[in-house]
Design a protein around this ligand. Structure first.
Ligand code: SF4
Length: 79
């Protein structure tokens, strides 16, 4: 079977790794930037609000791609 994967612009995502493990029922890694700064203010991609400069998308099925701590301007694959 030949399966084609489309890359479509405009996904309005709502992703973060800031929720404490005790508050969710699935396994989730913590944001390394939040851990380094002892905060929960950094969010990966929040619908209609912001996208973290270290956010590099999502890999199938549910793996977040994060460039932290490399400065965003040196890790941007589109530069
Ligand atoms: S992309 Fe990385 S640094 Fe940015 S909020 Fe998500 S996990 Fe944290």
């Amino acid at each position: 079977m030949n399966t084609q994967i489309l890359k479509l612009k405009g996904a309005n995502m709502d992703i973060d790794l800031a929720t404490p493990a005790a508050d969710i029922t699935w396994q989730q890694d913590a944001c390394p930037w939040n851990q380094a700064e002892s905060t929960d203010s950094h969010r990966c991609a929040v619908k209609n609000i912001s996208i973290c400069p270290h956010f590099r998308g999502v890999e199938y099925l549910d793996t977040l791609l994060c460039s932290y701590p490399i400065p965003p301007q040196t890790s941007n694959p589109n530069v």
